[in-house]
Design a protein around this ligand. Sequence first.
Ligand code: SF4
Length: 358
Amino acid sequence: MTIFPFFIPHHGCLHRCVFCQQHRISGVSSAPTPAQVSQQLAAMLPAHGSGEVAFYGGSFTLLDNSLQRDYLACVAPFIRNGQVAGIRISTRPDACDAEVVASLKMAGVTTVELGCQSFSSEVLRLSQRGHGPRDAALSVAQLRNNGVRVGLQLMPGLPGGSFEEARASLTQALSLRPDFLRIYPTVVLAGTALENFWRQGDFVPLTLDEAVDLCAELLWYCRMAGMPVIRMGLQSSHELDSGSVVVDGPYHPAFGQLVRSRLWRRALEAAAMESVTRQVHVAFADLSDALGHRRANIDYLLQRFGSFDIVALDGVSRETFVMDGRCCDVMSQACYLQPLSTAAGSMHDGSPAFIGSL
Ligand code: SF4
């Protein structure tokens, strides 16, 4: 779906969560006025389309009521003209009660993204989110009852988090049956409270390799559950790539590809251990993920098995590969045997560390 995004950085937010710096992530210093939104939409929208106009980067449902109405009203004519199908907003999980959801629906909102981040009370407390793990369930129910699509955002690697907590949070998120997920491993951004914790030695983010491993596992569980993941990792931007915004942590401009490639590596390695040949055929569209970013997978597999070749071939289905004449499914081969946890605890079974109290 095509998204026409407008950023309202931190507008409506009750306070600043420890990890968040929307101005630097979006490169936008102030929110557009409703009149500016109207002007820009008139210039950018196609004559007909099924996309959504999105308001990201703040807590939309906590804006002044009149401003919410003005933003939504300025999109309405474009919905009536068939130039977009609806409106998407992002907000907090504790800011979508029945009244709010009903008015959003009336005004043309078709999708709401809730920044859950974690379902661990301790992680939410240490991240100074100001809401609990149960708020999302109520909001998701309200939205679904009103026929509004729901997306949930998760952030593995927050203070107090762990691999186990991330798995447990995913379990909770999946149990709410949203329409899609976004997964953003936590990075330390300049100008955040998290940067202070990090400078004081009180917070250690996931390494890039840990984040890729963890997110590959989370993605695998999502795929098994039939849950679309529409983004993994922060969207690359000039600001983020400049090196002045990301202080530490697993930011990579091609993070999503690193994660998909990690699943390919896991699948190819598992299959090769039961195979005599070291050549696989993949679909042309999968070749890049199979080889890995900068050929990291093929280098790994060459080191592991001595010889290895990945070749694109017409007729091979997406997300499968042919080895020794048999067709293998990537997700089946990449199987994670460890069952998903059902307790969103904070067990500190690995990075990231958080040493301190708030
Ligand atoms: S994470 Fe969401 S609620 Fe928290 S400061 Fe950022 S935009 Fe606001």
